[in-house]
Design a binder for this molecule. Structure first.
Ligand code: 13P
Length: 279
């Protein structure tokens, strides 16, 4: 079934966090949903605006909906980190079931004002919204937020933001960074516990899942994270596998034989991660 985040969180209540995995090209999609089906968990397929525009909003949404409708698990399609309100409205109109407005680089009052506009538009149309307070550093889609500009989320800001905007999910900065594939993140659990106590029902979201150890993943789930994002690890592994399959290809080698092993690889990674997210 095709669902939004509110529905997925409800369905997954008491069972852990829902995995949100970044899709970079069409080819990855069926393998991602198959992974969720193999271990019977809901899945969030998330894209950047860049990926949505590369594939095309309509074909992307049609494919996710078609796979979701015949799937044994619940699937959401979420727009990740978008700073452009008009593009978010387009995503909502075209059929994304969930969106993230990222106003984390703005002063908090401006972030609240913009997020509220997105929430009003989305909720009227049955679409869920994720916001962000504090700033998660690192590299995403080639855009780097310097470590010095990354800021821990202040619990009082998070509560104020969530109450004012009515977001369904909230990305918080507790020590992870995007694109950290060479080392492991150091998570501030004291802060996570305080955020959870303050925010209650708002679904906390962990970004930058690639640099998080298995132990930390499990603890983050126990401490109340509701959505966990993993992107770079899939992209990195996909590249590693196609680097081994493409060099020996001839013009008569079917591309499906070159991409198949990479799809299998990301399926295995999603199964491993989503298993860690179960409680
Ligand atoms: P990684 O690419 O570090 O796994 O982070 C993904 C993410 O948080 C997407 O918003």
């Amino acid at each position: 079934m095709y669902k939004n985040l509110i529905e997925l969180f409800k369905e997954n209540e008491g069972k852990g966090a829902v995995g949100a995995f970044n899709l970079h090209c069409f080819e990855m999609l069926p393998a991602m949903i198959k992974a969720a089906e193999e271990i019977n968990v809901p899945i969030i397929i998330q894209t950047s605006l860049g990926t949505a525009e590369y594939i095309g909003f309509e074909p992307l949404i049609a494919a996710v909906k078609a796979l979701a409708e015949k799937s044994t698990v619940s699937v959401a399609l979420h727009m990740d980190h978008c700073k452009d309100i008009e593009k978010l409205k387009k995503a909502i109109d075209c059929g994304y079931s969930s969106v993230m407005y990222d106003g984390s680089s703005l002063p908090i009052e401006e972030n609240i004002k913009n997020t509220k506009e997105v929430v009003a538009y989305a909720h009227e149309r049955g679409v869920s919204v994720e916001g962000e307070v504090g700033s998660i550093g690192g590299a995403e889609e080639g855009v780097v937020v310097a470590k010095d500009d990354a800021m821990y989320t202040k619990p009082e800001d998070a509560l104020y933001f969530a109450t004012e905007t009515g977001v369904d999910a909230l990305a918080v900065s507790i020590g992870t960074t995007h694109g950290q594939y060479k080392s492991k993140a150091k998570i501030n659990y004291e802060l996570l516990i305080e955020l959870k106590a303050k925010l209650g029902d708002t679904g906390l979201v962990l970004h930058g899942g690639t640099g998080v150890s298995d132990e930390d993943m499990k603890r983050c789930v126990r401490e109340g994270m509701k959505k966990i994002n993993v992107g770079t690890e899939l992209n990195k592994s996909y590249i590693e596998v196609v680097n081994t399959t493409f060099p020996d290809a001839t013009p008569l080698t079917s591309l499906r034989n070159l991409l198949g092993p990479a799809n299998e690889k990301i399926k295995d990674i999603i199964i491993d991660k989503a298993t860690l997210f179960k409680m």
